[in-house]
Design a protein around this ligand. Sequence first.
Ligand SMILES: CC(=O)SCCNC(=O)CCNC(=O)[C@H](O)C(C)(C)COP(=O)(O)OP(=O)(O)OC[C@H]1O[C@@H](n2cnc3c(N)ncnc32)[C@H](O)[C@@H]1OP(=O)(O)O
Length: 527
Amino acid sequence: MTVVDETPGEPSDTRGRVAELLALREQARRGPSDRATEAQHAKGKLTARERIELLLDPDSFKEVEQLRRHRATGFGLEEKKPYTDGVITGWGTVEGRTVFVYAHDFRIFGGALGEAHATKIHKIMDMAISAGAPLVSLNDGAGARIQEGVSALAGYGGIFQRNTRASGVIPQISVMLGPCAGGAAYSPALTDFVFMVRETSQMFITGPDVVKAVTGEEISQNGLGGADVHAETSGVAHFAYDDEETCIAEVRYLLSMLPSNNRENPPTVASDDPADRRGDVLLDLVPADGNRPYDMHKVIEELVDDGDYLEIHERWARNIICALARLDGQVVGIVANQPQSLAGVLDIEASEKAARFVQMCDAFNIPIVTLLDVPGFLPGVDQEHGGIIRHGAKLLYAYCNATVPRISLILRKAYGGAYIVMDSQSIGADLTYAWPTNEIAVMGAEGAANVIFRRQIADAEDPEAMRIRMVKEYKSELMHPYYAAERGLVDDVIDPAETREVLIASLAMLRSKHADLPSRKHGNPPQ
Ligand SMILES: CC(=O)SCCNC(=O)CCNC(=O)[C@H](O)C(C)(C)COP(=O)(O)OP(=O)(O)OC[C@H]1O[C@@H](n2cnc3c(N)ncnc32)[C@H](O)[C@@H]1OP(=O)(O)O
């Protein structure tokens, strides 16, 4: 059979019927036209099926509702009823584990979401939740299908509700691969991770034309909501890549670090990197002088298996690092201050970034290792008026609420509220370690001396000499690791070179940790 009428005919026998089915399937698989495919490729974009092939293990994709068509009328829709209705849905495997997927087909109504299209997505989301497997959306759609009016809007509502229900139950990953406007941008915002591709993907609530009409601002689509904007400025995107192939390969890498659902642990792999590998290089990597910057990435590289880690929000709020890595084959979430950026202070964005990460790790049974080198919260009118109190509280809340194994290590300094917030023992860290260079205090020695010895300094014959003496006294009295160790506020002071071994042994002990929070509907975290 070469040509099939859109209305199934009446083939005389089963073989005829099967031939007809195969022809229909082929039609659905091919999509609207070669021209539409060429137009998609000309924009530097792959088709929905090409993307699914890259995401899933070879030949593992099982499609659902391939022959679905809309029943909408008006605006010529009754004449245009393509199979799939512009979204391809189904499941397959990534490294042998089940993953559900939906992918907008931009060649059909610009990937815009109508009622049938939406209910296909609802079904696949329900299946992913029931099966307890991750959901990946490959987004390339123009938002609500304008011709279907409120039915399309209601379709989005159903997606948002399911995104929220699935939150913390199965990993949800949104991959942005085209212009995603309106409703198409909200669903990703509700998911755990957002990936974008430079030049070809954009996210905005209202596009440049509406922005210009309302505010008079002129801006391009990429300038308004491109990958770099969202990965560096707004924090909406966790990852940005130059091309779709790399982007989708990284989605596979991320999936390899996540459990299928909140009742499982992340996958373990056998590691060739010795658990007792010493890290003598750490003795020189981190300067003992608390004011000298260094790159915390190098510390992480030295500690984790084979130096491999996946950084989340790499280019947003760089003063804090959030990464997934493995220690002796077990996945861990690492939160680390970055002394090379804003001296590693906590500010509004760093607090938000780390809070979301800690919450994600806790939801998916990923132990958290916190590496502290923090001078405090960033002072300033902008920060105070921007709500650093409530944003900083998000991080505090996330840590206090986390029941996964939690280990913190103070590399150098940990001052004030920032020390408490960054998983101190007092807010529930299971084990806390310190390097011998560390200083835990309410504030740096200079600031402290100026406050508590203000009168002695002012009254002294040589105030500067007195100030220097008092700073020295304060340092030797309070600012060394043994002050905290003597009070049991750190569990041990360790040789930096043995950090990897200590972390691995501690995680092994904590693997069977079980902690329950008081029964409640849900908390009321600061927003
Ligand atoms: C709740 C909400 O979602 S509100 C948001 C509603 N959506 C929007 O406002 C977006 C409207 N669309 C657009 O701005 C643009 O189409 C963009 C930016 C998404 C894409 O632009 P381009 O890449 O230039 O593609 P283009 O505009 O040619 O659209 C491709 C096709 O999709 C169709 N299309 C685009 N958006 C929609 C839509 N929302 N509903 C139905 N069809 C649409 C176009 O008519 C076109 O169809 P055709 O191939 O038959 O001519």
